[in-house]
Design a protein around this ligand. Structure first.
Ligand code: AMP
Length: 355
């Protein structure tokens, strides 16, 4: 058993009636609500203040009902209503950002996937231990600026959208840069970025087998990041710095990409190792996750981050991707989540996909 609920009686209502998929009204909610509807589940949108109006423009992705909180700190106040709706929460980046990992983890409502994984994602040190143990190639981490012998990126913990990150071509440039603490100095990998959307099912025995389950690739995107993506149009880094212009990595959107086909075995190996190690470390990662990295000109994929849940880049594939269409036509990650829940309920294995 990969994931176990502390109180399995909480699953009983899900077995007895039509559950609803609940998520925060942001991030990838359109495809989660759409997927729930297509697979025959109800849907619940969680919002702060008033119901967001933009769903009126997307009737096939509008949640059946909204549950409102006055402030995100008070999210526990809607737990009885979530229980009434037989809700399963689908975690997204909005839960990390608005609710916070601790408050989210304490919610006494079934969550799709293993809620313990969030503590491994939200702590960069823990994430590194996990990926290193999985043998995943990563950018080098420097303990101190004096060790630096090439281009680097300086990251701050919890920095929203990479704000304030510093790029330096070499040690001298780094030493001249205004760096705050605490930070992490990482090798800057030169290559092309790919954000790979995987899905791990612990209950499927079909397809590409990993541990007791199977692994799917549902899509790949690249993030549009402001201002770094367009900054080069204003000239050289040196000139920009003189004018006080520093790069930022705020995600503003996503674009679809595919990977050179001969590189697929490499990224499947990486994702498979990440899953196997997660099972040893904390009982396994279940459902959608994203492996985020850079392909170098030597065709080696270096992973700088993983997201342990659905990522917003999957929104470019609400009607399927070049990869998910080869699993099932028109399959989004949101819909894949609903399918997994349906199968787990049918086979009486909900405790393996919920926590
Ligand atoms: P992160 O906060 O780690 O997701 O990084 C934000 C953005 O910084 C990424 O989407 C990449 O564009 C860039 N980035 C992060 N790490 C590296 C790296 N080691 N080398 C090059 N670019 C990076």
């Amino acid at each position: 058993m990969v994931v176990s609920l502390s109180d399995k009686s909480r699953l009983q209502p899900l077995r007895d009636g039509t559950p609803a998929l609940a998520t925060i009204c942001s991030h990838s909610s359109l495809q989660i609500f759409h997927g729930a509807r297509v697979e025959g589940f109800g849907s619940v949108g969680i919002a702060q203040g008033t119901p967001p109006r933009f769903y009126d423009a997307f009737p096939l992705a509008k949640p059946d009902k909204f549950l409102l909180v006055d402030r995100w700190e008070n999210v526990h106040s809607i737990v009885p209503k979530l229980e009434e709706s037989r809700a399963v929460i689908v975690p997204t980046g909005s839960f990390v950002e608005y609710v916070g990992p601790e408050r989210f983890s304490a919610l006494s409502v079934p969550v799709f996937g293993n809620r313990r994984v969030m503590e491994w994602e939200s702590d960069r040190e823990k994430e590194r231990v996990w990926l290193e143990r999985a043998g995943v190639p990563m950018p080098r981490k420097y303990r101190d600026a004096s060790e630096v012998d090439g281009p680097v990126i300086v990251k701050y913990y919890g920095a929203k959208g990479g704000k304030g990150f510093i790029l330096a071509k070499d040690r001298d440039e780094l030493l001249e840069s205004p760096i705050r603490k605490p930070h992490v100095i990482q090798e800057y990998i030169i290559g092309t970025r790919y954000y790979l959307h995987f899905f791990y099912s612990p209950i499927s025995k079909e397809g590409y087998r990993v541990a007791d389950g199977s692994l799917q690739l549902l899509g790949i995107d690249r993030r549009d990041e402001a201002n770094i993506d367009e900054l080069y149009k204003l000239g050289s880094q040196e000139g920009l710095l003189k004018s006080g212009l520093r790069p930022t990595f705020v995600v503003t959107g996503n674009v679809p990409v595919v990977l050179r086909e001969s590189l697929l075995p490499q990224v499947f190996d990486i994702a498979g190792n990440i899953i196997e190690t997660s099972i040893d470390l904390f009982g396994g990662m279940v459902g959608p996750f994203c492996v985020e990295g850079i392909m170098t000109e030597e065709l080696e994929f270096k992973v700088f981050e993983i997201s342990t849940r659905i990522v917003a880049g999957t929104n470019v594939y609400i009607n399927g991707s070049p990869y998910s269409d080869l699993v099932a036509p028109g399959l989004s990650t949101g819909r894949r989540i609903a399918q997994e829940l349906k199968r787990a309920a049918r086979e009486d294995r909900l405790d393996e996909v919920l926590s």
